[in-house]
Design a protein around this ligand. Sequence first.
Ligand SMILES: [Zn+2]
Length: 298
Amino acid sequence: MPELPEVEVVRAGLERHVLGATITRVDVLHTRPVRRDPGGPTGFALALTGRRIVAARRRGKYLWLPLDNGDALLGHLGMSGQLLVQPSEAADERHLRVRLALRGAAEGRELRFVDQRMFGGLSISSGGAELPSEIAHIARDPLDPAFDDDEFVRRVRRRGSGVKRLLLDQTLVSGVGNIYADEALWRAGLHGERPGERLTARQVRALLEHARVVMTDALGQGGTSFDSLYVNVNGESGYFDRSLHAYGRADEPCDRCGTPIRRVAFMNRSSYFCPSCQPVPRRPRALPPGRRPLPPGN
Ligand SMILES: [Zn+2]
């Protein structure tokens, strides 16, 4: 699954290669990727034809291309989606789903949505050029210059959920996937089950900084395709082989203390942590000061 840094690579590639281009033709080769569009495949194609792409933006893992009429083409890569800019004579990809022919700034090229598993998709967001209403509830990501650190710290410390669950809550912060959450928690020396309300402001702030470092590293290492015409994302990057301290390393020695990394089930996925550096919180957990258990019967 593409993580946020890879989606940012795609956004930057789109900005470089399709800005100012006019969409001259739209081919929907499979209806599933446009299933969220209220106009269906025909309305989708009509809404795009003749429009000019004026920017390339991102909120979390959503991408959108604002159009010259104030609408936007909104996209999500899902598990396996790719957005490719290809010369129009290039052979169709095996899982090509939607093709936009371009002229002007991207003369003779096509923007192609390729998706094997089709969890991702494209849709028109009416009036969504600035921020599509469909994704307005999604928080900014930690790499966004407008991300509000103080507000994040306050909100985490008001919540009783485990801090890993909070890191994955798209209404608090977007773009921190399972891998980056585990890596940031390892660096911060925090177990993911530690309740947000039991963390100090300093701990939450440090965790946020670790998430930023992990994601920025990944962005640097995943950025090799920036200069290529081939805007590509496939969910794999060199980062995952070289830089992981916790994720995917079950039973291997912790890079800090040598204790074997442990894997546990987490929301249909896995969490990886060092049981020494990231001690499991005590249970049953003590209630925070000022809070009393409800009397029996309530
Ligand atoms: Zn350790």
